[in-house]
Design a binder for this molecule. Structure first.
Ligand code: PMP
Length: 359
């Protein structure tokens, strides 16, 4: 079987070795006579998986002890609500930088909880860039929320805002583990796993302990970050299979050489596609402005709609999956997360050149 040329935005391609390892253990995990999803979440075997996943994440991302690593469900979308529910207290204001549709959704959920303020926005530039100007902070700001990589528009923060005065919250759903970050610049990071970390079903939250202590106790149990922190994310049944696969992905990432190697690979892969766009004499048009370009989602269009339709049609016939741009932007998008093999990126670049020549 040939692996698909899978450029899906998420769920996305996973490392083949991870899938093989999971397959090897599918029926009989560690001679237990049980599959991972048949293990009790209170068993020693599962607890080992759980702790290994946390410690691998701590290790790969150099997460200091002053932070908790939590596993939740409900996707990144639940975090849009949990962040304000926990930290947007009476009289304070949630500050948001709008860089795309996911940031807008995060803001919409916060508006249901309390007062909000738009600190910066690139909406009137069709979200082609990360705002470069001043990030305004309101009085009584509870936190500043950003989206580190904008999956739909293909833009990515190259330099994060620094404002030690208020907590920085980042939705890193589509680039956590793709590059080196300094965890202590943030107070809360969240990411749905289904791009760089593993399958859907588990959401990783990295949160500063100091911030946790500010969360109110009035919240429903499962919406309070402290419930997860106080029970090592084992208050109730966690998504055991997703966490097992996350652990395997993290082992794979460590085996590659960690974030230094991963970041370099991602830069190389992105460069190949951006070069194909930039050297096409306007045949392919990148959506994002150069200085805001994402290394995870390469968004582009073709010089006219008919050619774009033909491109997507022909790409599909050649076996490329998931190259359609998000329905709100149109055009094309190649998502090239950590597990996307270099050869598949090269094949896409080759196809782009070939298509241009014949059109
Ligand atoms: N934030 C970003 C940046 C995303 O890309 C996505 C999903 N594509 C989400 C949030 C929503 O994630 P989920 O489907 O896990 O709720």
């Amino acid at each position: 079987m040939n692996r698909a040329l899978n450029f899906n935005a998420g769920p996305a391609v996973l490392p083949e070795t991870v899938l093989k390892e999971a397959e090897k253990n599918w029926l009989n995990f560690n001679d237990t006579g049980m599959a991972v999803m048949e293990l009790s979440h209170r068993s020693k075997e599962y607890e080992t998986i759980h702790h290994q996943a946390i410690s691998l994440l701590r290790n790969l991302l150099s997460i200091p002890d002053s932070f908790e690593v939590l596993f939740l469900q409900g996707g990144a979308s639940l975090q849009f609500s949990m962040v304000p529910l926990n930290f947007l207290t009476e009289g304070r204001t949630g500050n948001y930088v709008l860089t795309g549709a996911w940031a807008e959704k995060a803001l919409t959920e916060a508006e249901k909880v309390g007062k909000t303020f738009i600190s910066a926005s690139s909406k009137n530039q069709q979200y082609k860039a990360i705002p470069t100007g001043n990030i305004e902070i309101s009085a009584d700001a509870a936190y500043l929320h950003i989206t580190s990589n904008n999956t739909i528009y293909g833009t990515q923060w190259q330099q994060f805002p620094t404002n030690a005065r208020i907590p920085l919250v980042a939705d890193m759903s589509s680039d956590l583990l793709s590059r080196k970050i300094h965890i202590e610049d943030f107070d809360l990071i969240y990411a749905g796993a289904q791009k760089n970390l593993g399958p859907s079903g588990v959401t990783v939250v990295i949160i500063q302990k100091k911030l946790l202590s500010e969360s109110g106790s009035h919240l429903p149990t499962m919406l309070n970050y402290n419930t997860y922190a106080n029970h090592n994310s084992l208050y109730n049944t966690p998504p055991t299979l997703a966490i097992y696969l996350l652990k395997l992905v993290l082992e794979w990432a460590k085996g590659l050489g960690g974030l230094t190697v991963i970041e370099q690979r991602n830069e190389e892969k992105a460069m190949i596609l951006y070069d194909a766009i930039d050297c096409s004499e306007g045949f392919y048009l990148g959506h994002a402005e150069k200085e805001s370009r994402s290394k995870m989602n390469v968004t582009f269009n073709l010089h006219n709609e008919e050619t774009a339709t033909n491109f997507l049609h022909q790409a599909k016939e050649e076996g490329f999956i998931g190259l359609n741009g998000h329905r709100s932007v149109g055009g094309c998008r190649a998502s090239i997360y950590n597990a996307m093999p270099m050869e598949h990126v090269l094949q896409l670049a080759e196809f782009m050149k070939k298509f241009k020549k014949s059109n």
